[in-house]
Ligand binder design. Sequence first.
Ligand code: ADP
Ligand code: MG
Length: 231
Amino acid sequence: MTKFIVIASAKGGAGKTTTAINLAALFGAMGKNITLIDADLTAPNISAYLGLPDVPVTLHDVLRGKNRTSEAIYLHPSGFKIMPAGASMLNEDFKKPFSSVALDIVGKTELAIIDSSATLGRETLDALRSADETIVVANPEMPSVLDAKRTIEAAEDSGSIIPGIVVNRARNGKNEISISEIKSMLQKPVIGIIPEDKSMRLSLLMKQPIVHTHPNSPASKGFKELANMLK
Ligand code: ADP
Ligand code: MG
């Protein structure tokens, strides 16, 4: 069977895309058959983060009913499959729901990791409804934790299970909300703590996951612990 995990947070810049890419890279390296889906339809950036060339068919073409789901899946050199998104028109109405794209890949991949948008609009709710599990990413700051709370409510309303919270850009408790406060505000376990890491910029420039460019950096260690916990 195929497991679907959405990486979500109602806040932009929390680290959804970074988390989705690094988990895909780590699970891919473990030999799992992984598909990373860019379901951030309005502001997709997996292709830019990973330096993917312009591809002929994207998730957008599938949602528009122009192409089959299998035509929008590409093998990334680092060992996982990617379904990139294209460009969206504002408030575009798609012919095919995201849930039916998800159904198309059932049985064809072991784990689908879905990167989602920073809104709780239709595109995110569609992704949440397709998910078995939702991992909520939050930064240790009050606005981010409040947005995480809203994301948890939306995910649970959509019938998705939340294994826990990933706290990203943690700075060792300096001028930030503590992990125990986050746990008690969100009433969920914290399953990953990813430190603020200055190597992240370099990995972006190198257009590769940080777990590949800087495998021993603090963020990479955090992502590895998270992947081990989820596997
Ligand atoms: P989102 O997908 O939630 O909008 P991104 O994953 O795109 O967030 O991250 C936003 C920015 O923050 C990116 O420039 C990314 O490289 C940077 N970033 C993410 N996590 C970290 C971290 N742990 N340390 C330093 N920079 C980070
Ligand atoms: Mg993103």
